[in-house]
Design a protein around this ligand. Structure first.
Ligand SMILES: O=c1ccn([C@@H]2O[C@H](COP(=O)(O)OP(=O)(O)O[C@H]3O[C@H](CO)[C@@H](O)[C@H](O)[C@H]3O)[C@@H](O)[C@H]2O)c(=O)[nH]1
Ligand SMILES: [Mn+2]
Length: 736
């Protein structure tokens, strides 16, 4: 039964294959579903009639109802996992350079301190170095920081590109990001042509990097440079991140035949944009930036395909554009495709991934599983869009227009183009228009990407999730718990807001997207509320343990089986999935810890913030993640030591849960040892649960009581959590 043949679904420029063994999985999943139903039956049938323990029982029952329903919702993404294979060679046979469509690449940055300009230009340089006809390639940098430092860095990068691009071309360099390339161990040999070129290009890079970094350290660009480029006249002492006029500067003009590299090959177009910002106008964060880019680029190059990138996510493979064109240009199915999303990968993951940043299982199975129903999640970066789909078109109205000619014959001067574009990047431009609603990225939600992807899918478009063997885009993952929690808080909050908004997949998507996609979205949209049942479980169970109130069947009862089976089977399966992705068992254990931490802290605050927003008590915000690490922190990161610190409320909750379960465990053990008459086996499952929490919290105890480095938990948090946990023990008789 079950083993399905991985058959060909179609032929053309790309091929789709279904993963095997899904039939076996369906049988397995039904056994778990059976166990969940039995657990629910047990709970409903055994509600205590006496007062003591009744509410605890009911709260655990409701939690289990939530866990069960959430498990059911997450099933759709495991039923039809698709793998895509593009045929680049067929593409190159059918399309010569002349016929290939133009591509616009957007890079977003928002703060020269949190996102160092050197990092940003590495992304720009990698994008410029795509192995793609330069006259068809334009790179736009949106600078929401409105910083002359970023502009300066981009100017420097445009000069360096004249050497870097030929170097990449000559030696087929990958990754095309100079920083990543030089950081990788290399076997350069000074005597070879490559060795010589390597040395001299490295020196050029280091010089440029030093100049940019020292300007950033001083906080301003050198005066002599300022006089060399008239672009700097846009900045004056009053210019701030929140208050400045629109700035658009074409740095390399794609039409200019003199804009060539040292091998006299044409350079791709490079444009700097800082949209207008005024304190009394909402700017809608990244969504606002991308929408301004969509308009500005339509004025300058108007390429039919757009690649969206975060400043920290650099292109890692030179032929990616050819690969995605295989999807878009496929004769039979290509015209339905709105976007092609790649997984997010990071280059700073440690061996056992102690912040669980690699999202291995999501990337390999879940996201590919949603694609099984014809849709992909838009994840903000590493995504190629068809311009029309991003500008609000419905599939029905769309006529294949990919062969729109790039605007090479535009006779306007650079200045005229700059000025015309500026008008599209003002604060007032969007007033009374459909931008942010029907057009472009959706406003008002901190995960603009997820909401936008959903809206596009509901307009009839298909989308593809493509996970190639070699990572196509590589970024920087958070290196402290604080940043990781902030990011997850924004995500969980944003996604829960989508659930609550008019974009709720079950309502907005009803009849427009497959039910499997609706469920697939909810896998992520419901992170925030799932914090409540988790917290209930890890608070109520140890408190009842302290009071000697059993919440689970005793070991001799047959009802233990569904509990044990549901637990062991789901976690066993999750471990297998993780190991199949090629990581370690310790990595899986770390993932469980981080999930536990997020569910008890980040998601709780994400939930609270969503509620506040629903009640009109707070506004949408987007906290940018810090991409800079100090040496000290970097060292602990490499040693896989968790960097606590940051929000003390989150840490207090975390420490209180850890201590409460420790108390519960010790007390429960004592009960068993002292009171043999007491049916100790009734408490065994609670003891097991608390010991699991204790085991997973070992680094928390360590950070509370043993560590003394800067990444430990501060003593004020320690005191607060001891008081809170003791109070909970003390109040236990009144709570349960
Ligand atoms: O006002 C803003 C705020 C952010 N950004 C840019 O948005 C990107 C993502 O910001 P980051 O702080 O790195 O957030 P992440 O959590 O790493 O980003 C993920 O999640 C976001 C939604 O929460 C998506 O927008 C991103 O594409 C996705 O990579 C960065 O390039 C920023 O420069 C702006 O351009 N303007
Ligand atoms: Mn990021």
């Amino acid at each position: 039964m079950g083993e399905e043949e991985g058959g060909h679904v179609d032929v053309g420029l790309f091929e789709t294959k279904e993963a095997r063994f899904r039939g076996v999985y369906k049988v397995f999943a039904s056994t778990i579903f059976g166990a969940i139903c039995l657990i629910w039956m047990y709970r409903v049938g055994n509600i205590p009639t006496v007062k003591s323990g009744k509410w605890a029982w009911i709260s655990v029952m409701v939690s289990e109802l939530c866990f069960g329903l959430y498990w059911i919702i997450t099933q759709s993404v495991r039923w039809r996992i698709l793998q895509q294979t593009p045929f680049k060679h067929t593409l190159s046979q059918r399309y010569d350079e002349e016929n290939l469509p133009a591509v616009d690449i957007f890079v977003c940055t928002a703060d020269p301190i949190l996102e160092p300009p050197c990092m940003t230009i590495n992304t720009v340089l990698s994008a410029m170095a795509y192995n793609y006809p330069a006259n068809k390639l334009s790179v736009y940098l949106s600078d929401d920081g409105g910083s002359e430092l970023t502009f300066y860095a981009l100017l420097k990068a445009s000069i360096f590109s004249k050497h870097w691009l030929p170097f990449c071309r000559r030696f087929n360099v990958e990754p095309m990001s100079p920083e990543a390339f030089f950081a990788a161990p290399n076997s350069s040999n000074n005597s070879t042509e490559y060795g010589q070129a390597w040395l001299s290009i490295k020196k050029l890079y280091e010089d440029m990097k030093n100049e940019i970094e020292s300007a950033v350290a001083r906080g301003r660009v050198p005066d002599n440079v300022r006089n060399q480029h008239k672009g700097f006249s846009e900045w004056n002492p009053k210019t701030t991140k929140q208050d400045h006029q629109p700035i658009v500067k074409i740095i390399i003009d794609g039409r200019d035949t003199n804009a060539v590299d040292e091998d006299r090959f044409q350079l791709p177009r490079v444009v700097y944009m800082a949209r207008e910002k005024r304190p009394n106008y909402p700017h809608h964060f990244k969504a606002g930036a991308v929408n301004a880019l969509i308009r500005v680029s339509s004025e300058i190059s108007n390429a039919p395909f757009i690649l969206n990138l975060d400043c920290d996510m650099y292109p890692n493979t030179a032929n990616t554009i050819q690969e995605i064109l295989c999807f878009f240009l496929d004769e039979t199915k290509g015209h339905d495709i709105a976007y092609v999303q790649f997984p997010q990968s990071y280059n700073n993951i440690t061996k056992n991934d102690h912040y669980a940043n690699s999202y291995l299982v999501s990337s390999k199975f879940e996201l590919a599983g949603i694609c099984g129903y014809g849709a992909a999640l838009f994840c903000g970066t590493g995504c190629f869009h068809r311009r029309e789909s991003l500008s609000g078109a419905y599939l029905i109205d769309y006529k294949a227009k990919w062969d729109i000619k790039p605007k090479i014959n535009d006779n306007r001067t650079i200045n005229e183009l700059n000025e015309a574009s500026k008008a599209l990047a003002t604060c007032t431009y969007e007033e009374g228009t459909q931008w942010g609603k029907e057009k472009g990225l959706v406003y008002g939600i901190p995960v603009e990407d997820i909401a936008t992807g959903l809206v596009i899918s509901c307009r009839g478009w298909k989308s593809i999730y493509y996970n190639p063997e070699r990572k196509a885009f590589v970024g920087i993952a958070p290196t402290t718990l604080d940043v990781a929690c902030l990011q997850h808080m924004r995500w969980s909050e944003g996604m829960f807001q989508v659930f609550f908004s008019k974009y709720c997949p079950f309502i907005y998507g009803h009849g427009k997207i497959h039910f499997g996609v609706q469920m697939g979205y909810c896998n992520y949209l419901l992170w925030a509320p799932m914090s409540l049942p988790t917290l209930c479980y890890v608070f109520v169970s140890p408190i009842c343990l302290l009071r000697g109130i059993p919440l689970f069947p005793q070991l001799s009862s047959i009802w233990v089986l569904p509990f044990a089976y549901a637990f062991l089977a789901t976690y066993g399966f999750s471990l297998c999935e993780y190991l199949i992705c090629g990581s370690t068992a310790k990595g899986w254990w770390n993932l469980q810890r981080i999930k536990f931490i997020h569910r008890t802290t980040s998601y709780l605050f994400g939930f609270i913030d969503t509620m506040k927003k629903q009640l009109g008590l707070s506004q949408t915000k987007f906290v940018i993640t810090d991409k800079v690490v100090t040496k000290d922190v970097q060292k602990r990161y490499e040693q896989e030591v968790i960097e606590f610190g940051g929000s003390s409320i989150m840490l207090t909750i975390l420490a209180t849960v850890a201590l409460l379960n420790l108390f519960g465990l010790l007390w429960g053990m004592k009960r068993i040892m002292m009171d043999l008459e007491f049916s100790s086996s009734q408490l065994m499952m609670q003891i097991t649960l608390s010991s699991l929490v204790v085991m997973i919290s070992l680094p928390v105890y360590e950070a509370l009581f043993i560590r003394s480095d800067k990444g430990c938990i501060p003593s004020s948090v320690m005191l607060k959590s001891i008081v809170l946990a003791s109070l909970a023990c003390f109040l236990a008789p009144f709570i349960c």
